[in-house]
Design a protein. Structure first.
Length: 315
């Protein structure tokens, strides 16, 4: 039965980043900022972690970077480690809007402020900042381009993210607030592919068998869009319009190569840097000077402007 971190496991986790649970500083005497995100196998989360770490080091902090892999229990363990290592702040892309409330509250009770990026939690006043992409604005932007590419008519498929993820719901709502206005657009299938490229490929293979006349696919993120593009190409349906959301390097490369037709870039690097800057300001002045809830607008990426964008931001 899991009741917490076993002694050996806790000791091993505490070795991450600093080399021991008891020390609040590195050998250089720097204060620690703990950065915790989902898996860095996903380029979006990797960009978040690397940008936040680089900015924290620029400001003179020691840094630990770890992944909770969207596992709330592992996230709790990593927050415990940050507390044990006397981190001065936590930058967190959390593992769930409800599941993460207790971990953020635990850090606050231990005197460690949390600065959330990408995903909000379902509580106010516990984190100092919650800085997210404007997922609704981004989704409506992507849907408007999808409508234009579809010429306002035709059968389409929607691939949805993880159902438990707040952002998945916000994005699909943004899509349909635009798409449902057009009587000529007919959604023939809506499937969750859980943000996964492999699962999107498999789902699209199945959908195609009964819907070879589809004209477009709109996906809740780029990873699923890339999976859809591969499945469509394998089925000889390269002309099907595919639009995603995130602005990943792979998606931008696909757009340049004629695969995906558009994506919407979430400014992951901008948000991560902003979170570290606000953590530094809070630690040095006692205030971020900004409201807790902050939303950063997304940008449309198409073949016409794809060269202007780099790693989740403008070059």
């Amino acid at each position: 039965m899991k009741v917490g971190i076993c002694a050996a496991g806790f000791a091993a986790l505490c070795m991450i980043g600093l080399g021991g649970c008891g020390s609040s500083q590195s050998t250089a005497g720097k204060k620690l900022i703990a950065i915790i995100t989902p898996s860095n196998d996903n380029p979006f989360f990797k960009a978040e972690a690397e940008t936040a770490a680089a900015r924290a080091r620029e400001l003179g902090y020691e840094v630990s970077v770890n992944s909770h892999d969207d596992d709330a229990h592992k996230q709790d363990q990593l927050v415990d480690v940050a507390i044990a290592n006397h981190a001065v702040a936590i930058i967190l892309d959390n593992s769930g809007a409800d599941a993460s409330v207790a971990a953020v509250r635990k850090a606050k009770d231990a005197g460690i402020p949390s600065f959330l990026i990408d995903r909000e939690i379902n509580a106010n006043g516990i984190a100092v900042s919650q800085i997210v992409s404007n997922n609704y604005q981004g989704a409506t932007l992507g849907a408007q381009e999808f409508v234009r590419l579809m010429e306002e008519k035709g059968a389409y498929v929607e691939l949805v993210g993880r159902e438990s993820d707040t952002n998945a719901g916000i994005r699909t709502r943004g899509y349909h607030d635009v798409l449902d206005k057009y009587d000529g657009l007919k959604m023939v299938s809506r499937q969750s592919a859980n943000w996964s490229q492999a699962e999107a490929y498999q789902k699209m293979e199945t959908i195609i068998q009964g819907n070879r006349n589809i004209k477009g696919v709109i996906a809740g993120n780029d990873t699923m869009a890339i999976g859809a593009v591969a499945a469509l190409k394998n089925a000889g349906l390269e002309k099907v319009i595919v639009v995603g959301l995130d602005g990943s390097p792979d998606a931008i490369a696909s757009i340049k190569a004629g695969g995906m037709k558009a994506t919407v870039l979430q400014p992951a690097a901008t948000i991560a840097k902003l979170a570290v800057d606000q953590a530094h300001k809070f630690l040095t002045t006692g205030s971020t000077g900004a409201p807790e809830k902050q939303s950063i607008d997304c940008e449309l990426v198409t073949p016409k402007n794809a060269e202007q964008f780099g790693l989740f931001g403008r070059k």
